[in-house]
Design a binder for this molecule. Structure first.
Ligand SMILES: [Zn+2]
Length: 707
């Protein structure tokens, strides 16, 4: 359920608004543009030291031009369509553009500046338009169709067959088969959804920024950490106050306040402010916007030939259909809800014990969780930081990769980087053979977006020779200070293992085609290789390898680990329930069978949650009116994916445990083999090959304490 991802560029950029062509650069310098020239660097890494921010936009335009020419050659080919001259040719086209987008989106996410920000506004919609032009091109599709119809007679390898069927399917899913009025309507729908998604996001941002809770009495801050207090004081200044502290509806601001402030009224004000974003019946209200999106999506699904939008989306996922998603979630819901109700009892008892009268409210939840944790477990997460010095954690993840797969890591100090703080490593096989390169960028800074993520600078492929992968990991860890190194919290250390799991997925790739390599897998599979790594991270055997006090070298004491695990597992019911309520809402909005503009959005949500038995003190992690993942991001009918991936990771780690050796070499080899196939087979087929059976949910139930 962590919110760290591999970047899903395509889905993210589908939803950006259009921008005018305002930055036409001269083309005479094109031959020298380092983004377009040959890269004569070690391992062919991008020449970051030579690339200037001003180079991106002209390189993009040129790369698109080259791709269009390549597409025209395929489209206008006078020969009969074949697998090679059409399907594979499409796959291999756009090499320069792909190389460009890899570098551009990596750098503009991790080390941006004003020029890059502007370029991104221009490039994102132009790239979407360029891709649409290819995906809705009837002549190209007709050629693909000819090949597809002969597929049984072509003697294709399994991977070539996969490329052919995926290519064909993508065209059909884009709606290329539609004709006349229907095709026009599809284009209208796509355009309208794209506009509405932008509006939804803009409204949400307005509502989030408009809200402020200004605190003037220091005792209302409770035990907030010094850095958060300093941040709130800065926010107050920014908002024109001479003194005091301002809290906003951004998660890093609201959550610590709800956990720390003893002022019930303030907590309630902040909590309600958060819950009502986009639902205030003002000009930024999102209810009509999201209803129109949901209605347009079902209309589009039906045009293309599916019953509902969820059927359309899930046909491409490991779960395959809405029924499977509901059945899977229903298995967890009752147990999670029961656990959450028990937690609520403990919390309201604690509140009474403190002498606070009145009903226990949703806004009290996080505050009393901390109180219960303190009383029951005497645990404070900050105690663990000295044991998770960031270099030690990095070494820990490298040692784990060595124990499981025999990999070693050699730092490459002289390679060009996008920022001086980056660390670059060559990844070597047990026999010393080169596997790939990983760029790691650890610390928070202004030029980096929030969160943690992985992406590829070069995807593995093997058409004209084997191209080894180059991947990146990006984090927002606290930078070291003059006196102390960067000390991670347990959760941050977990994030390092998580992202490294995505990196391994990219590094282990061993396929022919780029579009089927590495992390190019369905959304409900992609978090599996990352989440599974978190299991090893907290095993005593693994902690002993790396979790050592940065001053004394003492290994983290068992007693502290046990205390930590117990403290972390309290509130698991709440966490699962608030997440699942949102995942159910997502599915409900996207299993509408007909457009229906009469739906009352609030009532729709409320009736459903009541039917599920959700208690009033828990809100869905996202209410419909601010559920940006599904209404302005690429996660519609996909929010369940995190939990689905958790089933796979718990099941997999349980298999390791069953062997009696969490580094079992035989199982590790099979696991690696599964990852090496990337997206060249379906997620379920990969899993069945790996363990010889379908995934089992019991290990997850056990892990969450739901049995
Ligand atoms: Zn992830």
């Amino acid at each position: 359920m962590k919110k760290t991802h591999v970047l899903l560029f395509v889905s993210i950029f589908l939803f950006l608004s259009c921008n005018d062509d305002k930055n036409k650069k001269s083309e005479e310098t094109m031959t020298e543009n380092p983004l377009l020239s040959e890269w004569n660097t070690s391992f062919g890494v991008p020449p970051f030291d030579k690339i200037k921010s001003e180079d991106y936009l002209p390189a993009f335009r040129e790369a698109v031009k080259i791709h269009k020419e390549e597409i025209d050659v395929i489209r206008n080919n006078k020969e009969e369509p074949t697998f090679i001259n059409t399907v594979e040719a499409l796959e291999l086209s756009g090499e320069k553009l792909n190389r460009f987008t890899n570098v551009f989106f990596a750098v503009s996410s991790a080390n941006t500046d004003d020029v890059l920000k502007e370029a991104r506004k221009t490039i994102a919609p132009e790239l979407t338009a360029h891709n649409d032009e290819i995906d809705l091109n009837t002549e190209l599709f007709n050629r693909v169709k000819v090949v597809f119809k002969q597929k049984e007679t072509l003697n294709l390898s399994p991977e070539e067959m996969r490329l052919l069927t995926e290519t064909y399917k993508n065209y059909v899913r884009a709606g290329v088969n539609l004709e006349g009025q229907n095709k026009e309507r599809l284009k209208e729908i796509n355009k309208r959804i794209s506009e509405l998604s932008t509006t939804f996001g803009d409204n949400l941002l307005e509502e989030t920024n408009a809200f402020e809770l200004h605190v003037t009495d220091k005792k209302d801050l409770g035990n907030l950490s010094a850095s958060l207090i300093a941040g709130a004081a800065e926010e107050a200044k920014k908002r024109g106050h001479d003194t005091g502290w301002s809290f906003t509806l951004q998660r890093p601001s609201i959550n610590p306040f709800l956990q720390s402030s003893p002022n019930r009224d303030f907590r309630e004000k902040l909590f309600q402010g958060y819950a009502l974003r986009g639902d205030n019946n003002n000009e930024n209200d999102n209810k009509a916007v999201l209803l129109e999106i949901a209605n347009l999506r079902v209309e589009r699904a039906k045009l293309i030939g599916f019953d509902t939008h969820a059927d359309y989306v899930l046909a491409d996922a490991m779960a395959e259909n809405p029924k499977a998603v509901y059945e899977f979630m229903d298995k967890l819901w009752a147990a999670a809800l029961k656990m959450a109700k028990n937690e609520q009892k403990a919390l309201s008892d604690m509140m009474k014990k403190e002498g606070v009268t009145g009903e226990f409210r949703g806004s009290d939840w996080r505050y009393y969780v901390e109180k219960v944790r303190e009383e029951r477990y005497q645990f404070n997460e900050d105690e663990t930081r000295p044991y998770f010095e960031f270099t030690a954690v990095r070494e820990g993840v490298f040692m784990l990769a060595n124990k499981l797969f025999g990999l070693t890591f050699k730092e490459l100090k002289d390679l060009p980087k996008w920022h001086k703080d980056q660390q670059v490593f060559e990844v070597l096989e047990a026999d010393g053979k080169h596997l790939g390169v990983i760029y790691m960028d650890f610390f928070a800074r202004e030029s980096k977006r929030g969160g943690a993520w992985m992406n590829a600078l070069r995807q593995q492929s093997n058409v004209d020779g084997f191209e080894t992968p180059i991947v990146t990991n990006n984090f927002n860890f606290p930078p070291p200070t003059k006196d102390t190194p960067s000390l991670l919290s347990f959760t941050e250390a977990q994030t390092l293992f998580h992202e490294f799991g995505h990196a391994l997925h990219g590094l282990f790739s061993h396929v022919k085609y780029r579009s089927l390599s590495g992390t190019s897998v369905p959304r409900d599979f992609v978090e599996f290789p990352s989440q599974v790594m978190e299991n090893w991270m907290s095993e005593p055997e693994v902690l002993a390898l790396y979790a050592k006090h940065y001053q004394t070298g003492e290994v983290i004491p068992d007693a502290m680990i046990q205390k930590m695990n117990k403290a972390n597992s309290f509130n698991e019911g709440f966490r699962t329930v608030e997440y699942m309520a949102a995942a159910y809402l997502d599915m409900n909005w996207h299993t509408l069978k007909e457009p229906n503009s009469k739906i009352d959005v609030r009532k729709f949500e409320k009736d459903f949650l009541k039917k599920m038995g959700l208690i009033d003190e828990i809100l869905p992690r996202y209410r419909s009116n601010y559920f940006a993942h599904i209404f302005s991001g690429g996660y519609s009918s996909g929010y369940y994916s995190y939990l689905w991936s958790e089933v796979l990771d718990a099941d997999t780690f349980n298999e390791f445990k069953k062997t009696g050796n969490i580094f079992d070499p035989v199982l590790a080899k099979k696991y690696r083999h599964m990852l090496s196939s990337g997206g060249s087979k379906s997620g379920m087929d990969l899993y069945k090959e790996f363990l010889g059976r379908v995934p089992e949910i019991d290990p997850l139930l056990k892990k969450k304490g739901f049995e």
